[in-house]
Design a protein around this ligand. Structure first.
Ligand code: GLY
Length: 370
């Protein structure tokens, strides 16, 4: 039950391996990339406690030794001080241009370790071993790396493609239900943006997948990664189509900023709520039928996910303040907000042509239920 998705980027092409038990095979999978049989692993303390020994064993099986640095878990780690610590540690370990850095963790570690690899000695290769559902289906694939700035999320970074991604789906078994469902928000996003049949499949299989059905998990991760790989191969640096992957993200980034990037709202939860709002906005603009946002919300609710603004604990700012927060988003072009809207489920498109009044009215109505 293992699948391979190829990310076709010429000289920067790589494979994403998906399935249970890949940690045990990590050494055999990484060895062909190596000159010397030693890797430096950046991880977080939670992942280290749960899975680092399994990775060490998997590498040792192919004669590869491992040094590891475990950083604190959480979004605050995606910052200058932790990047500096990671880079200094890699230099202490005498990592050379031909060595491999391993990012072993969720989206925070993948982004930070990838950025450290991008800037260390003007770029060393790295392997992503994503441990959260969100990282397996989204952030470990496509080469976006970086850290957060005081001005906003992900504002400092580089495109730096990994040389290999190992998505061990058995590791998902140790995620909390909340973290799993937050990652599932990104899975739903793929169906909504470009594959209505996948959304139909998720409506049918989502509950089994959440309950731990491994076949369904491997299928969901594979279909998501395949879709991302196709989009990234067409548009690596987000000049066009890649922006489709940001469905729900303009709303999400404003909500994350409004909640202080805290535990009140996880990124994937914000994406799910953002997708529901993007479909609502699309329906109000006459682009899709009112049944579409209702169907999106019904699936999120059936999965027990955060769906509405009222599901976010604590107070939120008013609609004007939320739209102002959207204007901080790095996807703003010439001062114009860019939205991903939809002509139906699976039919998303990018536009800057969205009246501010329409966005305000969707947010005002959504806030009225809080
Ligand atoms: N997470 C969106 C992208 O990789 O483009």
């Amino acid at each position: 039950m293992k699948n391979t998705v190829h990310v076709a980027l010429g000289a920067r092409s790589y494979d994403v391996e998906i399935g249970p038990g890949l940690l045990a095979e990590a050494g055999a999978r990484i060895a062909p990339l190596m000159k010397r049989r030693r890797v430096c692993v950046l991880t977080d303390e939670t992942v280290a406690r749960l899975h680092l020994e399994a990775l060490r064993d998997g590498l040792a099986a192919a004669g590869i030794t491992m040094e590891a640095l475990a950083l604190p878990p959480g979004e605050a780690t995606k910052s200058w001080p932790h990047l500096e610590r990671a880079v200094d540690w890699l230099l202490d370990q005498k990592v050379e241009r031909n060595d491999i850095v391993v990012a072993f963790g969720g989206g925070v570690i993948g982004d930070l370790a990838g950025f450290a690899a991008a800037i260390l000695r003007r770029g060393v290769r790295f392997v992503q071993i994503p441990t959260s559902l969100l990282a397996q289906v989204d952030s470990s694939v496509g080469g976006k790396t970086g850290i957060n700035a005081t001005h906003g999320k992900n504002l400092i970074g580089a495109f730096h493609q990994p040389s290999l991604v190992l998505a061990d789906t058995s590791v998902l078994g140790t995620l909390t239900a909340r973290d799993f469902l937050a990652g599932y928000g990104e899975v739903v996003k793929y169906g909504l943006l470009g594959d209505a049949a996948f959304f139909d499949w998720l409506e049918a299989q989502g509950p089994a997948l959440a309950a731990g059905d491994m076949t369904a998990r491997v299928e969901a991760v594979t279909r998501s990664v395949q879709m991302k790989a196709d989009i990234v191969a067409r548009d690596e640096t987000e000049q066009g189509d890649r922006a489709l992957l940001n469905l729900g993200h303009t709303f999400c980034h404003a909500l994350e900023a409004a909640t202080g990037y805290s535990d009140r709202l996880l990124h994937g939860e914000g994406v799910a709520i953002g997708c529901a709002l993007a479909f609502e906005l699309s329906a109000r603009l006459g682009l899709c039928s009112q049944e579409d946002p209702s169907r999106v919300r019904a699936h999120l609710k059936a999965m027990g996910m955060k769906t509405d603004l009222s599901d976010i604990p604590g107070d939120l700012p008013d609609a004007v303040a939320l739209v102002d927060l959207m204007a901080q988003d790095k996807k703003v072009v010439d001062g114009q907000l860019r939205f991903i809207l939809a002509r139906g489920i699976g039919k998303a498109f990018v536009t800057s042509d969205v009246p501010r009044a329409a966005v305000l009215s969707v947010l005002e109505d959504a806030l009225a239920t809080c």
